[in-house]
Design a protein around this ligand. Structure first.
Ligand SMILES: *[C@@H]1O[C@H](CO)[C@@H](O)[C@H](O)[C@H]1NC(C)=O
Ligand SMILES: *[C@@H]1O[C@H](CO)[C@@H](O)[C@H](O)[C@H]1NC(C)=O
Ligand SMILES: *[C@@H]1O[C@H](CO)[C@@H](O)[C@H](O)[C@H]1NC(C)=O
Length: 307
């Protein structure tokens, strides 16, 4: 009996989970490939702001900071909608009824200016209109090991993503770039290179943890905003992990029900630097580092995996 039930659950799990497809060698979720031409031809406007990250690098956190800055610290205004509706997720597409059915493009197109959007695309796949319009872009990067661990747990709890397998299996896929949105290594390096040619503010998750005030001030400056100390303090407080975890407009508990299972692993899980140490064995760490050093040899980009 119990086994029957488990098999049935496993089957349901497999039926929901999306398969990967590829565009220009980058693994994406199958529905995204089906609308790729529309994503590529997206018409950016000059006052669009794009928040770009590799998945699980501090995206929602940065979105909340940006929204609070835009709303001059007005919490009520920030509560107007869930994160994914305030800032359309540009390339994300899931067919079906709302809210699990979701088209970032449709939301973005219907949104009045000035718009803020989110993307996980590697730099070479960003729709060309963003460069043509010289849009401002905020990129956030997180050290590979914590990013990997967070991405693993996110795959476990989010049935819109492929089954991650074991941590060991996922680690192999991550190192090979055979995960959704492709190679972490190419992602962070590609955007790092692009920042010298475009209006890109390149931030690090670890810096944001270490000194949120300093990093929020950088974001404010980049956005051309000058807010009073009192407002800044409010932004620091209300975008802290502890507060955001309890913010129903940011913690995804009431969205994507049936897709995200917070009892498996909450969307806002730990929000710390160095949690990878609880997951990497000594042997895995050695192997990961050797591979990392090869892949990161041709960049000046340096990460901190502990504070
Ligand atoms: C902002 O912080 C205040 C003070 O802790 C809290 O009462 C409020 O619920 C927070 N707002 C949001 C949207 O998290
Ligand atoms: C999300 O926020 C709501 C409202 O504060 C809270 O009840 C819930 O426990 C939070 N969800 C998670 C997974 O932390
Ligand atoms: C680094 O090398 C890899 C493979 O050799 C290449 O694909 C990538 O474009 C290079 N990156 C930079 C930033 O030069």
């Amino acid at each position: 009996m119990a086994l029957d039930k488990m098999e049935k659950l496993n089957l349901e799990d497999k039926m929901i989970r999306t398969e990967l497809c590829e565009v220009e060698g980058i693994p994406l979720a199958e529905p995204i490939c089906s609308i790729w031409n529309q994503v590529w031809n997206f018409k950016a406007r000059p006052d669009d702001l794009l928040i770009a990250t590799y998945a699980k690098a501090g995206t929602t956190w940065t979105q909340e900071i940006v929204d609070m800055i835009q709303q001059n610290g007005d919490i009520e205004k920030c509560k107007r909608a869930s994160t994914y509706r305030r800032h359309p997720f540009l390339e994300w597409y899931m067919p079906g009824p709302s809210p699990n059915g979701y088209s970032g493009l449709e939301l973005a197109e219907a949104m009045p200016s000035p718009r803020t959007m989110k993307t996980h695309l590697p730099v070479q796949m960003v729709p060309p209109s963003f460069w043509e319009q010289n849009c401002k872009i905020i990129y956030v990067a997180r050290n590979a090991k914590d990013n990997l661990v967070s991405y693993y747990h996110f795959h476990r709890m989010n049935k819109a993503l492929p089954d991650p397998g074991t941590m060991e299996e996922f680690m192999e896929k991550f190192m090979a770039g055979k995960v959704l949105w492709g190679s972490w290594y190419d992602h962070v390096k590609g955007w790092w290179k692009a920042k010298d040619k475009h209006r890109i503010l390149y931030l690090f998750y670890e810096d944001m943890k270490e000194n949120p005030k300093r990093e929020i001030q950088k974001i404010m400056k980049f956005m051309g905003k000058d807010l009073e100390q009192e407002v800044l303090n409010k932004i620091i407080h209300n975008t802290s992990f502890e507060i955001m975890k309890e913010n129903p407009m940011a913690n995804y508990t009431k969205d994507f029900v049936g897709l995200m299972d917070h009892s498996v692993s909450p969307f806002m899980r730990k929000g710390v630097v160095g949690d990878w140490k609880n997951y990497f064995t000594v042997a895995q760490n050695k192997k990961f580092d050797e591979d990392y050093n090869k892949k990161m040899a041709n960049t000046s980009l340096v990460f901190r995996a502990e504070l």
